[in-house]
Design a protein around this ligand. Structure first.
Ligand SMILES: Nc1ncnc2c1ncn2[C@@H]1O[C@H](COP(=O)(O)OP(=O)(O)O)[C@@H](O)[C@H]1O
Ligand SMILES: [Mg+2]
Length: 310
């Protein structure tokens, strides 16, 4: 096997709401692998039968959202015996589900904003009262801020629920934590420097993430070093709590008195060359190419080389 990796499939596109973003991540990763002499090809599971994957020695997952980040493609790769990047089936499935992630964190005493499950029979006004306004409403299984509403005015929860429910039947309402948004990248045992995100919009919505160029990313993030170190180790704990392995990203919010709340885990974060993990890696002196190679190496370290099915 050339370079010890053999023929690598870069999984990109897919059929989730985050297809377009995934195509960009995948293209950047493909480039970085090929630039290092690694034999890599793109593979879009939305357009090819999955069993074609059997020709490959390893898979670099650049899919985001459902069927890519939720354990389903990971399960197929387990079945084919192909080593793949990122977390396994269970952690991917839990990480995709914001409600179950938060249940685990709450059980372990890991700080996360207060939340309630919302359904069509909920007492909407009672939930607004309990969590306070503004509050956030989101589909439990989605990404890229799709289906999310910041409810600012009393009586707004119902409409926000209806929108979120279009993406997923499981919808949560969450207490607003509004004094800062941050993210922590994890690669192997390494926790990368924290990045602060300052959206020019009201929150870090789809537009702020992908379309606008006035979202600010601060790294160093401005937190006192001691606090940053403490949150970094808690972020790793929060990642491990859902079973996360190899690499990923944990996001958190800060309130007015400097208390942090973990928001969500991304087990297959964006990998365009201006995405958050590559940005944090760069601040730690790790180039995009090295990052991509490190993530691929972790796949082999975790799963061993390809095995034969049956
Ligand atoms: N409880 C909250 N308080 C403040 N802002 C929030 C809250 N929940 C979500 N947001 C804002 O919405 C964005 C998207 O929410 P998130 O839960 O991360 O979903 P996604 O998986 O779509 O990224 C966050 O990056 C943040 O800007
Ligand atoms: Mg998010």
């Amino acid at each position: 096997m050339m370079n010890g990796f053999g023929k690598v499939a870069v999984l990109l596109g897919g059929k989730s709401g985050e297809r377009e973003v995934s195509l960009k991540s995948g293209a950047a990763v493909l480039n970085a692998l090929q630039a290092q002499g690694i034999q890599a090809e793109s593979f879009d599971p939305a357009t090819r039968p999955l069993h074609d994957l059997e020709q490959y020695d390893a898979a670099f997952i650049c899919l985001h959202g459902r069927f890519g980040e939720d354990g389903s493609i990971q399960g197929a790769l387990e079945f084919f015996g192909i080593p793949y990047t990122g977390s396994g089936v269970m952690a991917s499935a839990i990480g995709m589900d914001k409600w179950r992630t938060k249940l685990i964190w709450r059980a372990l005493g890991i700080s996360t904003p207060a939340f309630e499950v919302v359904d069509q029979d909920s007492d909407f006004l009672a939930i607004e009262k309990k969590l306070g306004l503004p509050l956030f409403v989101k589909p439990a299984n989605e990404g890229s801020s799709i289906g999310i509403t910041k409810v600012k005015i009393g009586g707004g929860l119902k409409a926000a629920y209806d929108l979120a429910a279009q993406s997923d039947p499981l919808v949560i309402a969450e207490q607003y934590v509004g004094a800062g948004e941050y993210t922590v990248g994890i690669v192997g045992e390494k926790v990368l420097p924290i990045v602060r995100i300052v959206p020019a919009n009201d929150f870090y919505d789809f537009e702020a993430k992908y379309l606008r160029d006035d979202t600010q990313y601060l790294c160093p993030c401005g937190l006192p070093l001691e606090q940053e170190a403490k949150i970094q180790s808690e972020a790793l704990e929060a990642f491990r709590a859902i079973g996360g392995t190899a690499w990923g990203r944990v996001d958190f919010l800060m309130d007015e008195v400097g208390k942090h709340y973990f928001l969500e885990v991304n087990t297959s974060p964006g990998m365009t060359d201006h995405s958050l993990v590559p940005m944090a890696a760069k601040a730690a002196g790790i180039s995009f190419e090295d990052l991509v190679k490190d993530i691929l190496s972790l796949a082999i370290a975790q799963h061993g080389v390809k095995t034969l099915v049956g």
